[in-house]
Design a binder for this molecule. Structure first.
Ligand code: HEM
Length: 75
């Protein structure tokens, strides 16, 4: 799953996205688009549910955290 504690947040499920080292502004925009149900299709429904409870501060903090992680899983 995209943000469950796989080693170094490096997703092991090929159909789920990696968040580690992703662009911070992109992550904020993506999570807000799920929250506002502007991002649909694919498996977006899963993320709409996850994002619904997040405040703008939560989203900013999560985006900053994932962006700060090594994209290669720290290898
Ligand atoms: C606070 C927790 C979470 C955050 C911040 C988060 C963040 C994100 C972000 C930013 C994306 C888009 C990635 C991209 O476009 O490259 C994404 C997609 C996705 N996430 Fe999460 N996620 C969270 C929890 C979860 C959980 C718990 C699950 C599974 C149960 C999950 C499953 C997915 C899936 C399936 C996608 C692809 C959705 C699509 O097709 O558009 N996420 N997530």
């Amino acid at each position: 799953m995209c943000c469950l504690p796989w080693p170094e947040w490096h997703c092991q499920i090929p159909t789920y996205p990696n968040l580690a080292g992703q662009n911070e502004q992109y992550l904020v925009a993506a999570i807000k688009a799920y929250k506002n149900k502007q991002r649909t299709g694919g498996q977006a429904a899963i993320m709409q549910g996850q994002a619904a409870a997040l405040s703008d501060t939560d989203i900013a903090n999560l985006a900053a955290y994932f962006a700060s992680l090594p994209a290669d899983g720290g290898k």
